[in-house]
Ligand binder design. Sequence first.
Ligand SMILES: *Cc1c(COP(=O)(O)O)cnc(C)c1O
Length: 355
Amino acid sequence: MNTSNFSISVKKITQSKLPNIDFSKLAFGHIFSDHMFVCDYKDGKWQNPRIEPYAPFLVAPSMSVFHYGQAVFEGMKAYKDDKGNVFLFRPTENYARMNKSCRRMAIPEFPEELFDQGLKTLVTLDKDWVQPGVGNSLYLRPFVIATSEGVQANPATEYRFMIITSPVQSYYTTKEVKVKIADHYSRAANGGFGFAKAAGNYAGQFYPTALAKEEGFQQIIWTDDATHELLEECGTMNVVFRIGNTLVSPPPTERILDGVTRKSVLAVADKLGIDFQSRPITVTELIEAAENGTLQEIFGCGTAAVISPVTAFNYKGKDYQLPTIEKSYASQIKEILINIQYNKAEDPFGWRVKI
Ligand SMILES: *Cc1c(COP(=O)(O)O)cnc(C)c1O
């Protein structure tokens, strides 16, 4: 599909909602900016790319996504520096990953060039929604849903790709994050679609996570479905362990999502001269390290929180406390990533993309 001569039509709102927003009181992902990007798949092709005011739209109760869950999404952010320049972080990774998710869910791939154009046009139009200051950003949510009408269990023939955006803040909290290591439930299986950013992966995670919350844990560290021995992900984030002075993180497989943040943490660690091993790690190895005192850190990584340190974990009813560490690898790496994202430092990796 030739997208270079695609023209995206733009219908602007008559009055911005911006003056009514209290940016000091943002809950994650509840407020949406003025515009959204929309593109429909019909008659075998993506067509009619457009920007419209953010608004509800009318759908049929038989719409395919409601019944069979053909839906994928992405999560990205736009950042603003002190001069008012707006940046994306490694966006081509997200374009490519969305199409990887699409293929697995039998959804037609979306042209990456049009994704890029649509996203940049949208963020430029709503650039005042990107607040400056570290921690502030505009969360970008591209997604695709099956829109065909009818309840036959087949891949849909019509789809809608949309991008909606939401101003968010991340707070520096020092609160406890206790996690439970899964010994029964799993989020992904061999031959399944754990590697895809598919809506259904999240739906399946809510119930076990709610049970863990009742027991006093914030998240679950997911293990492989077959043996529950391999440590895989932390909630909806990739997971990294520090044993001695080595970082260990399970490599992406068909059960593990290939996170952009994880990849970036790996590259930054490498630059800092920290040994980073992308290899399978077992519960047995983790417990041993906790018991012999070599386990230093556990953290989750993902776009929303960048890096979230874990303070304690529980396995089969037994608690293990992590040490408090000054100048943790988590905090050092997080600071470098944030400085790149907010244009406060050189970007030796070429990750920052100015809009
Ligand atoms: C989105 C996601 C991640 C993190 O990916 P990033 O690209 O770093 O935001 C990790 N695990 C799962 C299951 C995810 O859905």
